[in-house]
Design a binder for this molecule. Structure first.
Ligand code: NAD
Length: 296
């Protein structure tokens, strides 16, 4: 049986540290502030935004919501972002994706001031990660790293295999794990990888971020591997009142029997993502006031 790495417990710990940090910043006259932009009425996005605002409140971060109708034009959205960029009260800007209709996310991301890009999506911040000088690390990869670190898992010299190469998750995780300080030997797998099970079964650390329910089965995992499941997939389950339930990219029950450490879905990487958004917002407020980042 493996040890569960609980994102719920670790994120609660980080949020407690942040509360203390925010209290101290307030004594210096600094109130960390996050602008939260939501376009349209997608129910899943509304839930994510609500959870982020609630966590801000718990920690003492001020959040300012901007709810725009789904008729919003690209120009209107970018004008709002530009206004937030130049508003000195705002330290971080979050725009909840996906955007409705024809709105262009890449274009919106490029409108963010890199200094306020707390989701770590701007090309400047992605480039800094690639250069081994991260500023804002996108929240899910940052959460994965904190889970490993706070569980006492050494990454140095380990074979890490990352399943998925998205700009949001797979690619930054792979880049970070191979960078100085983390020092893993990293293989990135994707939909065209040949002999996938052969590659994944050599991993000391296996990170699944592909978005296919329970894709990683026990034959793909080395005995004693650390398995981090980033996937969030909803599947039908008539036994549940909702008629469905959430599962990850890993077939949890069979892989748990083989792994040394494993994360769950839900309760794994998900809560870490919000906690790291809070960390980035607090760090944004520190940097914009000439202070160094928090020591996590
Ligand atoms: P994405 O669709 O952008 O990328 C999926 C990646 O998986 C692609 O690089 C693709 O090449 C790879 N892939 C697809 N099929 C494959 C296969 N058969 N074999 C190997 N690789 C394959 O998805 P994403 O945004 O990176 O998200 C991945 C998963 O993580 C999704 O389930 C998403 O919901 C979840 N997610 C979770 C969080 C969180 O907070 N926990 C945050 C972001 C994304």
């Amino acid at each position: 049986m493996s040890e569960i790495i609980s994102g719920k417990i670790i994120s609660a710990q980080i949020n407690r540290e942040l509360r203390t940090e925010v209290d101290q910043l307030k004594t210096k006259g600094i109130e960390p502030c996050l602008a939260v932009v939501l376009v349209g009425e997608d129910p899943a996005s509304e839930v994510y935004v609500r959870n982020k605002k609630r966590t801000c409140e718990e920690i003492g971060i001020r959040s300012i919501g901007h709810n725009l109708p789904d008729t919003t034009t690209q120009e209107e959205l970018e004008t709002l972002v530009q206004n937030l960029n130049s508003d000195p009260v705002i330290h971080g800007i979050l725009c909840q994706f996906p955007l409705p209709g024809d709105l262009d996310e890449t274009q919106v991301i490029q409108t963010f001031s890199p200094e306020k890009d707390v989701d770590g999506l701007h090309p400047m911040n992605a480039g800094l990660i690639a250069m081994g000088q991260p500023r804002f690390i996108s929240c899910t990869p940052y959460g994965v790293l904190q889970m490993l670190k706070r569980s006492g898992i050494s990454t140095s010299g380990k074979n890490a295999v990352v399943l998925g190469r998205s700009n949001l998750v797979g690619r930054p995780i792979a880049t970070l794990l191979s960078s100085k300080g983390w020092d893993s030997t990293v293989t990135v797998c994707h939909s065209r990888t040949a002999d996938l099970a052969e590659v994944t079964s050599k991993a000391d650390i296996l990170i699944a971020a592909i978005g296919i329910p329970e894709f990683v089965t026990k034959n793909m995992v080395k005995k004693g591997a650390v398995v981090i499941d980033v996937g969030i997939n909803r599947i039908d389950d008539p036994s549940k009142t909702k008629g469905s339930r959430l599962v990850g990219d890993v077939a949890f029950e069979e892989v748990e029997a083989k792994a040394s450490f494993i994360t769950t879905v839900p309760g794994g990487v998900g809560p870490m993502t919000i906690a790291m958004l809070m960390v980035n917002t607090v760090n944004a407020s520190r940097w914009q006031n000439g202070l160094t980042e928090m020591n996590l």
